[in-house]
Design a protein around this ligand. Structure first.
Ligand code: ATP
Ligand code: MG
Length: 722
């Protein structure tokens, strides 16, 4: 390259430098959290561009999320001085797949304006096919088959490839035919599903060697971040593009960490790491061992925890970042989740008083339903927050619908609410009726609900619509009467039941429906802390009004799954209880695989923190209207005493204005780790419970029944359009 070394190389350690400068031939960077894997990839791209080895359009770079892709683009622009003319092939596997298909879709029978179906669409379509086959769609649920297709596609299996046994498992051996029919139907509709965004490009490249060759020529450099979470189809896709004929340049660089593989439930194969060296002989494997992100305590806690997993590739991690002021990882207990949100809110306010930016704080939850309590609390406190990787709780479709019912009961002139729910669930009150009502109301300057009451006395509507409208109005009259004297949570439940809204989701077979029902229950539960329906509605309108401006200084709330690759100065990890984390589903599974993936998720969570990491557990959780006493997560027992301390429980209860961090209640000499039988947590929990029971007398009766938690992980997948 000649000349002096560019600035962007200056700060790298020798191993990182090697990974950046080894531009010829396959490279695998296998390294723990925070060792600079993503930084290496970014710098490598900058280096390629800066030395004129390739144009931006000749680099294929894969990130795990669209957000990560955007950030990488920004960083590269900074490193090379803003001279980058876009990076058209930097994105997720899915977004790159869309791009390829828009260009070459005709080779698999798709026009360039094809549509991408979401999960709901897919399930609906499969249901039609099942019925068309004369099969009982109760016995053979469409949702289940959609899941099977997804699994097959993650493994790169088309209808012709699925093993006999698998095919026989569904619909008396007609699974394979159905899969064929499904694909044919998609083609007719000029549509594809998420799996096809990988499957089609694979098929196109396999069937058209010349085209593949063209892309080999185009992509001079290929880079993949979060490589441990690639699934088989993604790996096949990658291998097609990266494996070259002998003598041709094969410049592929993958970076990953087997301990952070958290998408096994979606088909990710950690074994792809091992396959890499086989498929790309002579690959240079580089290990990065110095962590630049976290303090010694945070790293020590994470390393000790993950050591409980078997079947690891094994890595060393160290940090030079130790400062006498560094605090240990803090473990806190709260009575219940409301208390947990309150205590975390306190901690955050205290940090804020110490001039800590909210942008540097994250709350990482195991399951998305946990977010609601924090959102509510932060609105009360006036703390800005943003939810990453999904809508805020009160913005979800089902919550908005339910709220529209409540609003209309409390405020009969709320026309927006009226229009939202008058035909949800479907009652045969379609657009024509709504338009007629609208005109009628406008002409008389009255609210639509009042207009509806008037109009049924006339013959403006068809008898069917009139009858349906009559029924709805009766219901609203009844609910309005109950408003003053019925407990508002009871009324809310009654409204959702009687309106048919709950049933609408119960009868819905889509993958989202159970999560939506769970959110509706959480909604009812969230009303409990308010005196009245009106008080609650007022609160929600404030929540909805809270700004979500990107530039605002705000706490980030997200699931652990969507926190991958990110870092924050301070991280809060609430809900470390058996059944929630590790999740009940992983405990029900036989074998260790599920539990080990949960532990990796815990490892990902802790290693997001740079300076402070607070872990929380509660002794009671209310799920589906039942109090359950909970056990502290086994992961807590797997944390090392040297790097972890227990915050003073009584204080965290007594006054909310507690200052500083508490002392460990464990004798320093007493081994704290490696035993579930260590009475430590139990003792801590018991003390705390005793100390607070009196204050919570009325709440102390709780059912001990254990109920599984529902939906978790990131909701849906998004791809960036072109
Ligand atoms: P993860 O496994 O969580 O994705 P990672 O290995 O990708 O982590 P990065 O996010 O690239 O790690 O880096 C972690 C932090 O360390 C970042 O803030 C990064 O800027 C910083 N960092 C990495 N390498 C260096 C270095 N040589 N000097 C200073 N800081 C560094
Ligand atoms: Mg990274």
């Amino acid at each position: 390259d000649g000349g002096s070394r560019p600035d962007y190389l200056a700060g790298l350690n020798p191993e990182q430098t090697e990974a950046v400068e080894t531009l010829e031939g396959p490279v695998l960077v296998l390294a723990g959290a925070g060792t600079g894997k993503t930084r290496v990839l970014t710098t490598r791209i900058a280096h390629i561009l800066n030395t004129g080895r390739a144009f931006p359009s000749q680099i294929l770079a894969v990130t795990f999320t669209n957000k990560a892709a955007r950030e990488m683009k920004e960083r590269i622009a900074l490193l090379v001085g803003g001279a980058v003319e876009g990076m058209p092939w930097l994105g997720t596997f899915h977004s790159i797949g869309v791009k390829l298909l828009r260009r070459h879709g005709e080779l698999v029978g798709l026009r360039s304006d094809f549509t991408i179906l979401d999960t709901d669409d897919v399930v609906r379509l499969i249901k039609q096919l099942i019925q068309a086959e004369g099969l009982d769609d109760k016995r053979w649920p469409a949702k289940q088959f959609a899941g099977m297709i997804d699994t097959w596609k993650n493994k790169g299996l088309g209808p012709a490839d699925i093993p006999e046994g698998d095919a026989r498992a569904f619909a008396n051996g007609r699974g394979r035919d159905l899969y064929f029919a499904y694909q044919a139907r998609l083609t007719t509709l000029n549509a594809c599903d998420f799996g096809d965004l990988l499957m089609h490009p694979i098929a196109i490249f396999r069937k058209n060697p010349d085209l593949l060759k063209e892309y080999h020529g185009r992509f001079r450099y290929i880079l993949v971040d979060e490589y441990q979470d690639t699934n088989t189809a993604q790996y096949m896709w990658l291998r097609l593009l990266a494996q070259r004929a002998k003598g041709e340049p094969q410049n592929v660089c993958c970076v990953g960490d087997d301990d952070q593989s958290i998408y096994g439930w979606r088909g990710a194969e950690v074994d792809n790491i091992l396959r890499f060296e086989k498929d790309f002989p002579g690959a240079k494997v580089i290990k990065l061992e110095r962590n630049y992100r976290s303090t010694e305590h945070i790293l020590g806690a994470a390393a000790h925890l993950i050591a409980h997993n078997e079947g690891r590739l094994g890595k060393t991690l160290f940090t030079d970042r130790s400062d006498p002021d560094d605090v240990k990882v803090q473990v806190h207990a709260s009575w219940d989740s409301e208390e947990e949100a309150r205590a975390i809110g306190e901690e955050i306010e205290q940090l804020q008083r110490g001039k800590h930016l909210l942008n540097d704080i994250a709350i990482l939850v195991r399951a998305s339903f946990q977010m609601r309590e924090f959102e509510d609390r932060f609105v009360t406190l006036g703390l800005n927050y943003r939810v990453i990787g999904g809508p805020r709780f009160y913005e979800r479709l089902e919550i908005r619908d339910a709220m529209a019912y409540f609003r209309l009961v409390a405020q009969a002139s709320d026309d927006l609410a009226f229009e939202r729910i008058i035909n949800t669930p479907k009652r045969g009150l379609g657009d024509t009726t709504v338009r007629a009502l609208h005109d009628y109301a406008r002409a008389r300057d009255i609210p639509m609900l009042a207009a509806a009451a008037d109009i049924i006395e006339t013959d403006e509507l068809k008898p069917k619509a009139r009858k349906a409208l009559f029924d709805v109005i009766q219901s609203f009259r009844r609910w309005q009467e109950l408003l003053e004297n019925t407990p508002h949570t009871e009324l809310a439940e009654q409204i959702l039941e009687e309106s048919g809204y709950t049933d609408m989701w119960k009868n819905d077979k889509s993958a989202e429906a159970p999560g939506r029902l769970e959110n509706l229950k959480e909604l009812i539960r969230s009303m409990e802390s308010f005196e009245s329906m009106r008080g609650f509605l007022e609160h929600v309108s404030l929540v909805m009004d809270a700004e979500t401006n990107e530039n605002l200084d705000a706490v980030s709330i997200m699931t652990l799954h969507s926190a991958k690759g990110l870092e924050f100065d301070t991280v809060f990890l609430p809900g470390w209880e058996e059944g929630l984390f590790p999740h009940q589903r992983s405990l029900d599974e036989s074998g260790r695989a599920g539990l080990e993936e949960e532990r990796r998720l815990a490892y990902v969570g802790i290693t997001r923190a740079k300076h402070r990491c607070h872990i929380w557990f509660v002794s009671n959780r209310r799920i589906h209207g039942l109090w359950q006493s909970t056990l502290p997560s086994r992961f807590l027992d797997e944390l090392p005493e040297t790097h972890v301390e227990v915050a003073e429980m009584e204080q965290s209860y007594g006054g909310y204005g507690r200052g500083g961090y508490g002392q460990s209640r464990f004798d320093k000499a007493e081994p704290f780790a490696n035993s579930y039988s260590t009475p430590g947590w139990k003792r801590a929990q018991a003390n705390k419970t005793d100390a607070t029971r009196d204050n919570w007398g009325s709440r102390s009766g709780h059912a001990v029944e254990r109920i599984g938690y529902g939906e978790s992980g990131p909701k849906g997948r998004t791809i960036e359009g072109e």
